[in-house]
Structure formats: structure tokens, C-alpha cells
Design a protein around this ligand. Structure first.
Ligand code: ADP
Ligand code: MG
Length: 497
């Protein structure tokens, strides 16, 4: 589906504007205890070659046996991307020589992938929504890893990764800016995490992207692309796109030509560098793997997996806005991480949803950011924070005091109620006590009393005085009411409190 003109981002050059075109090939490691064609473990961080079966080491005569769990994960992912599920797909051998590939070929899918066309909708904020087509998703084996830093003149190989299932998810060239490419990968990662089909951990390499970039004059045919291999952070994807697009525009404006090639992104230098040109590209000599039958799924299997799908981020966002009256941007922030969405739902249950959302996106995110923790490791869980919101709701603590209590909760892990009791932080709602302080303030400040009659907005000053004298513990609403009554100021006036 084409993008709206309003979502195109143009780079200005000497000869006018250029449009960036991006398509991404994302490799996502499948969540599964064992590998795609063997029973060896997929656990991250094992000692080298501790998780290698005879199949993964490509011993002669070993035969691959497909792992049902990996197949179901691919189907689940396809359904989550609103994609066509192909009931018959075929595994092919992709032949190339590399020291970390003991078979001499990778088992992949070429002409008949398990998942066909789908779609991801990006929420670009003010720009609106952008629909990005998915071309295909196929299953393939990962390769091993060469270790060049273990011996002065030998290289070693670690085959733990060899044979682990990957999903390659290929987008159409529908992305038009670095920002869109970043939002696309973030959204895809969110969906995969909701589905539980890939942990999305880019630092461990569970998710990495090949970034295809070209530029053209708006309305022209697609330009020649360069492919930037294996970019492993969302920030780097954005930097790689911007650098690469600018590089291509400069060449074209100098009358040059883009040569289709594979490039690498160097994060330290912030630039892409040539790796190999199209002429040096591999001829993979794909052919169907004779050791594997075509993979057949029944429609019943697909329906069963579909029925078990969790609620996905877009549906959840719509529900938060519809049922809990959250603003669009707030809902978007809360659903972007499944753990955050779940924390929010627990906190909002039976409480003011917008107050819950404000506390999460404000105080809690601020605290987690400082502590460098993700929400699943938050020192204050949804129940504990809920108890604090309940104290506010009961009028037992003011909003200002609640923030201090929250700081103490973070530091000590003590429940809100205990902190409030131990430190004597209960809000004073007892009108008698407050009235006494109000009388004192009024008596001591005749000039301000004169002024407030003609300028009701200065009432805020009185509220401040009373709050100060009560150590911030008076209920501000009660203070306001009593002041208005005593100073004979109507309720219909604007108040500054
Ligand atoms: P290959 O497998 O050789 O890399 P594909 O045709 O499968 O080639 O395309 C790979 C990726 O390149 C896809 O994500 C596609 O959207 C993207 N792509 C194709 N043409 C262009 C282009 N002109 N500019 C940017 N991206 C492109
Ligand atoms: Mg490619």
C-alpha cells in the first residue's frame, strides 16, 4: 500500500528534493527451547560448543527433523502481522561456503515461504498512520560463530548458534524516513514480544536488521538500493539510513551512479562502508532440500493458533482509549511494552485510569529511568503503587506528599501505608484544625485580606500560607473551601490552586 504524500520525507539537494525509500529484512530468533531441526538447546550464553547436536555439526548421515514449536511460532507471527499463512511451504538449501557453516548450506525457504503478504500499521504521531507491507516471512537456520580472538594464529568456531530457528521478516519498500524505519522495527519488536515468538533482545542479537536504502525524485521509479547488513540497534538503523541516503544523494547530484552493493554500518564512525558489490554477490544455487518433505499445515492448526492469539498492541490501544478514556498518545506509550501495559491494567483496575496512567508515565518511568531498570524489575509493583493511589483517593495523603512517599517506597520497599503512618504524613482534613490556622493567617494579614476581595485570584497566596503552616499536610481542597467561606469569596471564581 502506498504511503501518503504527507508522510514522505524529502532531503533537499542542489537539484531539488529527494525521497528516501527503505525496505527492511529483519532476522528474529524464534523463542523455542530447541533448534529448528535438532533437539539441542537454544539457551543464550552457554560455553562454546556445549549445545551442538550431530545435526548442528553436520556429521555425515545426520537427518534434520522439523521442530513443530518453531513452525507454530512462525504461524503465530504471521497471524500477528495479518499475513497470509501458506498451508504448504518448502525448505530449500542455500549453498555457500563459510567456516561457521558446517553443512556448506543453510536450510531456508526461498520460493515457497511459510508466510506471505501482511501488514504493519505505524503510529507516526502527528503525521498519522503509515501502513507498511510485509512481503514474506520465512523460517531458516542460523549459522555458528567464528572466534578470532582466542589464539594468535588460529580461529575457532562456536556452533551453539548453529541451527537455531530464525524468522526472516521482509518488508516492502514502503518506509520513507529514518524515523519511520525506527518506528517500524520498534513496532515489529513489540508485536513479536506480545506474541512471545521472539524476545526482541537486540543486544544479544535476537533481532537484527538488514537495511535497504535508495533515493529517488518523488514519483520516479525506485532507485538502485544498497543493503546495510546486520544493524543491531534501533538508533543505529536510523543513523545508517540518514548517512546512506545523504551519501547516495551526493553521488547522484555529482552526476554519478549508485552501484548496488552490500555495506556495513560502523557505529563509531557513524558511516556505512562497502563490503561487497553485486558482482561479488553469492550465487546460492537454491534447490529444495531432499532431506525434508514440503511442510504441510492444516487449516485447523491455523485456526487453533489464531484462537489462542493474545490481544495485540493496536487492539489494546483502541480498548484503552474506548473503555478507559485514555488520550491517544498516552495509550500508545502504555501499549508499546507488554509489561507496561500489564502493569497499567493492574494499577487501573478499580481506580481512576488517567491517574494511573499519569503515575506510570511520570513518576514510575522517571524512577525506572534513573535506576536503569525495566518495569518487570520495578522496586514498586502495581499493587504497592495502587495502595498509594488509594491513600490519595481516600484523602489520607495529598498529591504532593504522595510523591515523597513514592520516593521512600522506591528506596526502602516499605508499603505506602506504613511510611505515611511512621512519618506522620497523613493529610489533615479535620476542619477544626484547619479552621484555626486559617483564622491565624487571616488575622495576621489584613492588607492581603483587603486585596483578595477585589482580586479573588490572590486567594492562592492564602492557600500557600496555610499549607506552609500545616507542613503541607492540610487537604488543599478543604483549605480552599474554608478560606472562601471566611473571606466571602464565591465558588464560581477561577481558582489558582
Ligand atoms: P534480496 O533478497 O536480494 O536482498 P529482495 O528483493 O528480497 O532482495 O529485497 C530485499 C529488501 O529490499 C526488501 O525489504 C525490499 O523492500 C527492499 N527493497 C527492494 N528494492 C528496494 C529499493 N529500490 N529501495 C529500497 N529498498 C528496496
Ligand atoms: Mg537481502
Amino acid at each position: 500500500m502506498p504511503n501518503d504524500a504527507r508522510t514522505s520525507h524529502l532531503i533537499e539537494g542542489d537539484t531539488g528534493s529527494w525521497e528516501i525509500v527503505i525496505g527492511l529484512e529483519v532476522h528474529a530468533q524464534v523463542v523455542s527451547k530447541s533448534k529448528l531441526f535438532s533437539g539441542a538447546s537454544t539457551e543464550f550464553g552457554g560455553s562454546p560448543n556445549a549445545q551442538v547436536s550431530l545435526v548442528d555439526a553436520a556429521m555425515p548421515g545426520m537427518l534434520p527433523v522439523i521442530n513443530r514449536e518453531c513452525v507454530e511460532q512462525a504461524v503465530r507471527t504471521g497471524l500477528g502481522l495479518n499475513a497470509q499463512i501458506n498451508l504448504v511451504s518448502v525448505f530449500d538449501r542455500k549453498n555457500y561456503f563459510y567456516p561457521d557453516l558446517p553443512q556448506g548450506y543453510q536450510i531456508s525457504q526461498f520460493t515457497k515461504p511459510i508466510v506471505g503478504e501482511g501488514e504493519i500499521v505505524l503510529d507516526m504521531g502527528e503525521e498519522g498512520e503509515v501502513s507498511v507491507g510485509i512481503e514474506r516471512l520465512h523460517l531458516e537456520q542460523d549459522a555458528g560463530k567464528s572466534l578470532h580472538d582466542q589464539h594468535p594464529d588460529h580461529s575457532y568456531v562456536d556452533l551453539n548458534r548453529s541451527g537455531i530457528a530464525l524468522m526472516e521478516i521482509v518488508s516492502k519498500p514502503d518506509l520513507r524516513s529514518a524515523e519511520q524505519a525506527k518506528v517500524y522495527v520498534a513496532k515489529l519488536r513489540t508485536i513479536l514480544r506480545y506474541l512471545g515468538t521472539c524476545d526482541g533482545n537486540m543486544e544479544e542479537g535476537s533481532l537484527r536488521a538488514d537495511v535497504n536504502v535508495s533515493v529517488r525524485k518523488p514519483g520516479d521509479e525506485l532507485g538502485t538500493r544498497c543493503e546495510i547488513k546486520n544493524v543491531n540497534s534501533i538508533r543505529f538503523i536510523g543513523e545508517a539510513v540518514d548517512y546512506e541516503a545523504a551519501r547516495q544523494v551526493e553521488i547522484l547530484e555529482d552526476g554519478g551512479e549508485i552501484i548496488q552493493e552490500t555495506r556495513l554500518f560502523d557505529p563509531d564512525a557513524g558511516e556505512t562502508r562497502s563490503m561487497r558489490s553485486k558482482e561479488e554477490a553469492h550465487d546460492y544455487r537454491y534447490f529444495p532440500d531432499p532431506d525434508l518433505l514440503p511442510l504441510e499445515l492444516s487449516q485447523d492448526d491455523v485456526e487453533r493458533i489464531k484462537a489462542e492469539l493474545p490481544e495485540l498492541p493496536d487492539a489494546r490501544k483502541a480498548r484503552f482509549m474506548r473503555e478507559l478514556a485514555l488520550e491517544h498518545d498516552v495509550a500508545e506509550r502504555l501499549v508499546a511494552d507488554r509489561d507496561v501495559a500489564e502493569y497499567f491494567e493492574a494499577l487501573a483496575r478499580g481506580r481512576d485510569a488517567n491517574l494511573a496512567a499519569n503515575w506510570i508515565t511520570g513518576e514510575l518511568f522517571g524512577a525506572l529511568n534513573k535506576l536503569d531498570l525495566t518495569i518487570d524489575r520495578s522496586p514498586v509493583d502495581a499493587n504497592q503503587l495502587g495502595a498509594l493511589l488509594d491513600l490519595m483517593d481516600d484523602g489520607a495523603v495529598s498529591g504532593r506528599t504522595a510523591k515523597d512517599v513514592f520516593e521512600t517506597m522506591l528506596a526502602t520497599g516499605q508499603p505506602a501505608g506504613e511510611i505515611v503512618a511512621a512519618q506522620g504524613l497523613e493529610q489533615v482534613s479535620d476542619t477544626g484544625a484547619i479552621e484555626q490556622v486559617v483564622d491565624e493567617v487571616i488575622a495576621a494579614n489584613p492588607d492581603q485580606v483587603e486585596q483578595v476581595k477585589s482580586k479573588p485570584k490572590t486567594l492562592g497566596w492564602f492557600v500557600g500560607q496555610v499549607m506552609q503552616k500545616t507542613g503541607g499536610k492540610a487537604n488543599p481542597q478543604t483549605v480552599n473551601d474554608i478560606l472562601r467561606r471566611k473571606l466571602e469569596i464565591g465558588d464560581d471564581q477561577d481558582q489558582d490552586s
